[in-house]
Design a protein around this ligand. Sequence first.
Ligand SMILES: [Fe+2]
Length: 204
Amino acid sequence: MTVETSKLHPTLHRLRAAFQGLLPLCPDIAAFCDGALGEGHSEMPLEARGLPVLDDLPGIAGMGCAMTQGVVDAVLVAAPHLAWRQSYTVDDPGFDADYLSHYGWFNLIAPSGPFVSERLRLSVGYWGKVLHYPRHWHKPEEIYLTLAGEARYISEGRADIMGGPGATVAHHSGQPHAAAMETAPLLAAAFWRGAELEAKPGLG
Ligand SMILES: [Fe+2]
């Protein structure tokens, strides 16, 4: 399907293309995606939905690296055309209104769209500096890729990883993990594969 006949905003195509451009540079992500990041997705247009976090997003513009900056730039351009979401509410432990003002994510590829895949979910999330993403877990396997900023990735069973732009951090199914944005905000991609691709993570 060409951009001209697509039901999705052109900036979403450019963002997907930017991710595809990373694959030769990220063999672990290329292997993880196993072709599911390529062209040929069906499309499910989602109504654009903003969140307060969009006011923070421009601040991360220059915090990528040579490998990720193209994706960072594409996220910023696509941001107004995306369906921004949050997995948690003030009723979840560790989240309050201030947290929710500086956090949000969107799906680029998922069973529910906008690019449809039944075997891969690619979402991108932003967390403001000093936020702590509490210990959580989920059934799908995961690779995080820091696009811009930095986080301390805290994963059960191994030493913490300070992950700046270009760093990848993998979790197996059900492996509890957390992230601390101590030195900078974080813009990160999360690649998921396996069962329950759109289930809310378990906390605690
Ligand atoms: Fe995760």
